[in-house]
Ligand binder design. Sequence first.
Ligand code: DC
Length: 226
Amino acid sequence: MFHIAIDGPGGAGKSSIAKAVAKRLDILYVDTGALYRTVGLFVKQNNTDPKNAEAVGALLPSLSIVVKYEGGAQVVYLNGVNYGDAIRTPEMSMYASAVSAIPAVRAFLLETQKEIARHNSVIMDGRDIGTVILPDADVKIFMTASPECRAMRRYNELVAKGQNVKYEDVLAEMNSRDNADSSRDIAPTKAADDAVLFDNSELDFEQSVDAVIAIVREKVGDEANG
Ligand code: DC
């Protein structure tokens, strides 16, 4: 069993690259951002201010989040319901970022994330995986790219999903979310001391996947086949 932690700001390609690496290595891909997005969705459903720590904390006892793997893909159930792509909108990105700064929310999601890694080889992506969730991960990568490059990728992703967005808005939203995520008091976006820094601004998707696989092989050797 081995664990790969991928951290970094939004739009660096963490999820799509990690998903492809998981497939090649035949291990689980764990998208931890989806958990914060799901808490954000629940907070919105309850007409609650996502920045109000007390009000959000009061909702947590009525929230159940269950992660399942169906056909190899992660599915998150919010009180028994899978909301699919409803957690992927720019609005939910902001909700997720706001609730993720609340200590009670991070504590609420901690065990769910650790538990998945306890029983499986995983590649897990987020902001605090190498620092908090899997401090003993065999491989830690801090993945990033220039802000313009990340915003353009995020913009293309949203347009491909049929969302009507402007590049300038995506860039501004991304910068504001990254600032909030990396300046908060609790578990800010940060490279672990023993993380490999990986800037993929100049690489395409396949090259990025190959680069991550090469880093993983160097660290865990033959255990990572694929
Ligand atoms: O990776 P993402 O864009 O789906 O994450 C949404 C938000 O959730 C992000 O702005 C910060 C938060 N997050 C976090 O605080 N810790 C994680 N491990 C993953 C996400």
